[in-house]
Design a protein around this ligand. Structure first.
Ligand code: ATP
Ligand code: MG
Length: 714
């Protein structure tokens, strides 16, 4: 810990220091990736606290992800400024909402809806609007956009028209689904992610007494990643701030990657207009990455277009030289995953810690094949952003066990010096399935072990940071982290989507699946959407300190047609793509490794697509036994007859249609055309009860009949 307030400033360069010293008024930092924006604001807070200018409890630091917030809390503690709140907009709002709800509304805060897609699908069905998977995703995104731009359902079509927005479907239909979705939420007493912000805004707007109370508590605000602030978050920030101006924002317009949620870098770029007295600081020294990585990052940005691009800043690396980025082309996806796992293993063997390596992809569904390949290669890994660590069953059970042990006097043994904290934790967790060595293979047992191992590591880190800490202290720390949904850093390779990687850094980064269709993603159609994809790749590239590997595969599955092309964004930047004539590495640096994979040993057979052979990860796809975008061999006429029959039955039963069969199940039936009860029962979603109830009808329709309206109930 720095000894004095001034010593906190020692870790900063002159421009960063300017940020830290401007404690009085509004400050805006515009700077590229890795230039120390996050570091500058963390030191600014610590300096202010240590110098006695800022009361820790009056400072609210807002970051973009829970992980980033957790990291900031850690850094603040190390700098001697623990006690400062570092949260996401969402968690800060949720906390205030929980606190003020009884007073402002009465009763308990409604339950928070985990995923809205399901409810949107239901709303669409109620409106008798059929959405395929992509449309469902787009419509859900549209509803999110409407909410963060504070557009109510009735206004949605007009707002879309006025904004010249490209809606994924007829805006009137979307407005209708949106209204039904809101109604369903009310009926079931649930609120969604955006409601947390909307309701907090509403309460702060309407209740001046509550707004005053919040403003008395928080007087100084710091916002990281400000380029991605949504209009709703901005509104909340304005309400928190009131007429004061102790606000410091930092961001990089070239890293705007949440436009699809209504975020815009305009708030960042126009900060001076709203706060005329603001100190504006630009940082250009890149402390994170080697000149080789920075060269590629600058190259990517030089091709960018649009408002964000006009404000780009050329990065200048402050580090010594490192290896050139590696470009690797593979025959198919499993080969790419195995090649990546091999390289990861080589890096670890060469001394790079597993926790300093990340594999980043465009969408979460890409993770499974990498999970499998890493598990096969015996490399520990952790998923980032895919599930919430503290909500996992085994983590909750472990927490209960640790709490029990702490209560049962686990703290006393420390006084005796009998056992240190990590040893106590290992002893408790071994009753829950933790072992020194990981179990073989991947799957549920392995997942469970990884979670427990992460807790053990957390205890070790905690004991190192807080010598003399007791089991109760650890339990308190776990509670605090759980409250902030902050998963501990495990010593494994990180698997994450590019969006979830924002703000983070690793020694070695693998950017995988860089084909047209994935990067840019197929549904990026407009120029702006394609530009956002380019920025996403820029974010990925700038996560690497030293080692950077970019890879793609020419076909999806082994033996498939090599119809894919590498991403357009690397044109002119990677060898063999235009100006330069060098060949692309085939998997090994300098040497051409065969792209085809060695025989794979799998502990559990993954479900494969019956059309293309790809590994299926999504429940919907598994039900269909094919990727949802692979061509369907469905009998469309049969599907329509099944739907008509379902509507009729649902009407008779007075139930929603999905209670009879979901769309997915009907599609699966229309694809497989079962001839017997056994065949029908083998389709996921049918089950014995439904087989007894509807089996005769369905089989009759499949056999070409009209379906027995006369068939008996049960
Ligand atoms: P991003 O845009 O990706 O969020 P950033 O601008 O927030 O990046 P930081 O994460 O704060 O950058 O810093 C990048 C890396 O450079 C960190 O490892 C940080 O500790 C280091 N760094 C930043 N400033 C300095 C400095 N003045 N001296 C030494 N290291 C520094
Ligand atoms: Mg940062």
């Amino acid at each position: 810990m720095p000894e004095t307030a001034d010593a906190v400033l020692d870790g900063l360069d002159p421009e960063q220091r300017e940020v830290a010293l401007a404690l009085g008024g509004p400050v805006c930092v515009l700077a590229g990736a890795g230039t120390g924006k996050t570091r500058a604001i963390t030191h600014r807070i610590a300096y202010g606290v240590r110098a006695g200018v800022l009361q820790p409890a009056t400072v609210l630091a807002v970051t973009f992800t829970n992980r980033a917030a957790g990291e900031m809390r850690g850094r603040l503690r190390q700098l001697g400024a623990g006690g400062v709140q570092a949260r996401t907009f969402h968690s800060a709002a949720l906390r205030q909402l929980q606190f003020f709800w009884p007073k402002a509304v009465g009763g308990e805060l409604p339950r928070l809806l985990e995923r809205k897609v399901q409810l949107v699908a239901e709303a669409a069905a109620r409106c008798r609007i059929r959405l395929d998977r992509n449309e469902l995703r787009d419509v859900t995104g549209e509803i999110e956009w409407a909410k963060v731009t504070q557009t109510v359902p009735a206004d949605y079509p007009a707002v879309v028209a006025k904004a010249l927005r490209d809606a994924p479907r007829d805006p009137a239909e979307i407005g209708q689904i949106y209204a039904t979705y809101e109604q369903l939420k009310r009926d079931r007493s649930v609120i969604d992610f955006e409601d947390v912000l909307l309701l907090t805004v509403a309460i702060l707007q309407d209740r001046h007494d509550i707004a005053d109370q919040v403003r008395r508590q928080y007087q100084h605000f710091v916002v990281d990643e400000y380029q991605d602030v949504s209009p709703l978050q901005q509104r909340l920030l304005d309400l928190w701030l009131g007429d004061r101006d102790s606000l410091c924002v930092v961001g990089d317009a070239s890293q705007t990657i949440y436009s699809f949620t209504g975020a815009t870098p305009d708030h960042l770029l126009n900060f001076r207009t709203r706060h005329p007295g603001a100190t504006v600081v630009r940082l250009v020294r890149d402390y994170r990455s080697t000149p080789q990585v920075v060269h590629l990052a600058n190259g990517l940005l030089s091709q960018a277009r649009g408002r964000a691009a006009e404000h780009r800043l050329e990065l200048v690396s402050q580090r010594g030289p490192g290896p050139e980025p590696v470009y690797a082309e593979y025959a198919d996806e499993p080969a790419e995953a195995e090649g990546t796992a091999r390289r990861v293993r080589d890096l670890i063997a060469a001394g790079v810690p597993a926790g300093e390596i990340a594999v980043l992809y465009r969408i979460n569904a890409q993770s499974e094949v990498y999970e499998q390949a890493l598990a096969d290669a015996g490399v520990p890994y952790q998923l980032r952003g895919a599930e919430r660590f503290f909500e996992r069953q085994e983590v909750r059970e472990a927490g209960i066990a640790l709490r029990g042990a702490a209560r049962a006097g686990g703290n006393d043994s420390l006084l005796d010096g009998a056992e240190d904290l990590p040893a106590q934790v290992r002893a408790v967790l071994s009753t829950k399935g933790w072992t020194t060595e990981p179990p073989a293979g991947s799957g549920a047992v392995r997942d469970r072990w990884e979670s427990l191992a992460a807790l053990v590591r957390l205890a070790e880190d905690f004991a190192r940071a807080r010598p003399g800490a007791t089991l109760s202290d650890l339990v308190a720390e776990l509670d605090e982290r759980a409250a902030a949904q902050h998963a501990p850093t495990v010593q494994g390779v990180t698997l994450a989507s590019l969006h979830a990687a924002k703000g983070l850094e690793w020694d070695a980064v693998f950017l995988v699946g860089l084909t047209e269709g994935m990067m840019p993603i197929t549904y990026a159609k407009t120029d702006e959407q394609v530009e956002e994809e380019r920025r996403l790749l820029y974010v990925g590239v700038t996560r690497a300190r030293v080692h950077l590997t970019l890879s793609w595969s020419l076909s999806r599955s082994p033996g498939g047609r090599a119809s894919r092309r590498p991403t357009r964004f690397l044109k002119g930047l990677r060898p063999g793509s235009g100006a330069l004539g060098t060949t692309v590495h085939g998997g090994g640096q300098g040497s051409v490794e065969r792209g085809s994979a060695p025989a794979r040993r799998r502990q559990r057979g993954p479900v494969r697509c019956r059309v293309c052979g790809a590994t299926l990860t999504e429940a919907g796809a598994m039900k269909l036994m094919r990727c949802e975008d692979c061509p369907s061999d469905m009998d469309e006429g049969l599907y329509e007859r099944l739907r008509d029959w379902r509507a009729e039955r649902a009407g008779e039963l007075g139930q929603p249609a999905y209670c009879v069969f979901t769309d997915k199940t009907l599609m699966a039936i229309a694809e497989r055309v079962p001839a017997t009860g056994g065949e029908l029962a083998s389709i996921a979603g049918v089950g014995t009860r439904k087989l007894n109830r509807f089996g005769a009808d369905v089989l009759a329709i499949c056999a070409g009949g009209e379906g027995g309206a006369e068939a008996d109930e049960d």
